[in-house]
Design a protein around this ligand. Structure first.
Ligand code: ATP
Ligand code: MG
Length: 272
């Protein structure tokens, strides 16, 4: 496993694998400083956390705790960031696995790799984050290598069914419609991501500007300029504009934001 923090040495290693990157809670906290979640997703996460805090009550009432969460939606809307956020809130390490790399680099051994990853999460409490989840969990009948993939999906289903203990499984995909139904059904918590609303854009722009000096209040008009952009695009454009301000030795202006937008030329989603 790749390590991003020395404290990882306390974690048991997945045998002979380099399939995952581990982030300790402190690093997760640093990454999620500027997270903006829409009301619905914030509520879903808060409830998820509240339930985990009330473990005894759930055991007493014989109601199973949720431990499998799936996020779907377009690129740059905060799915990966949310996995860091969950790990930070639970004060657990985040074990990030990109499922597409497992298939490409370990052809024929994919099922065994999935087992190793789940074994690791069983032995060591963590947020197990399976990114690019559709790489494996696509519907079984739209794949040429049907038999091989079907075996892999079966292994995934089995691992998900047996998944219990302290760890939490989090998965993310851009392609919810293509996920295998049996896999989809096994998640107890689902979150949809979308391009930010005007209100969320303004909030995010405010967070990104932070204490940087500006000419006037920018977020309202900036949000209109950046309408249809993902959070990831907004971040890049605001950073670009800040660089311009530094070069020009000025406070941040709407003109710099507008130029940064034009130069960055994001793929804008007209339906927002
Ligand atoms: N909801 C958000 N709040 C704050 N920042 C965000 C949000 N979404 C995206 N960002 C910014 O954009 C970057 C990329 O976002 P992230 O990796 O979470 O997107 P994603 O939804 O996982 O995209 P992909 O589908 O391409 O994997 C983040 O590191 C963060 O800087
Ligand atoms: Mg992602």
């Amino acid at each position: 496993m790749n390590k991003t923090n020395k404290n990882n040495s306390r974690l048991p290693k997945a045998k002979g694998t380099d399939m995952a990157t581990v982030y300790m809670p402190k690093e997760c906290a640093r990454k999620v400083r500027h997270i903006v979640l829409n009301e619905c997703n914030q509520r879903i996460i808060d409830e998820f956390m509240m339930i985990l805090d009330m473990k005894e009550k759930f055991i007493e009432q014989d109601v199973p705790m949720p431990n499998k969460l799936v996020m779907s939606g377009p690129p740059g809307t905060g799915k990966t960031l949310t996995a860091f956020y969950i790990a930070e809130r639970l004060q657990l390490p985040l074990v990030l696995v990109r499922l597409d790399t497992i298939i490409h680099s370990h052809l024929g051994e994919t099922a065994s790799n999935i087992r190793k990853i789940f074994d690791f999460a069983r032995l060591s409490p963590c947020v197990l984050f399976l990114d690019e989840f559709d790489a494996i969990a696509r519907t079984r009948d739209n794949n040429d290598e049907v038999k091989e993939m079907s075996r892999v999906v079966n292994t995934l289903l089995q691992c998900m069914d047996e998944f219990e203990g302290e760890s939490i499984l989090v998965a993310a995909t851009n392609l919810a419609d293509e996920l295998d139904h049996a896999v989809w059904r096994r998640f107890d918590t689902k979150m949809d991501y979308a391009m930010p609303s005007d209100q969320d854009r303004q909030h995010y722009i405010q967070l990104l500007i932070g204490s940087f000096a500006t000419i006037g209040t920018l977020e309202h008009t900036a949000s209109t300029i950046l309408s249809g952009c993902s959070f990831a695009d907004i971040e890049q454009i605001v950073l670009k504009a800040k660089r311009k301000a530094i070069i020009e030795d000025s406070a941040l202006t709407l003109h710099q934001l507008q130029t940064a937008y034009e130069e960055y030329n994001p793929k804008v989603h007209a339906y927002v």
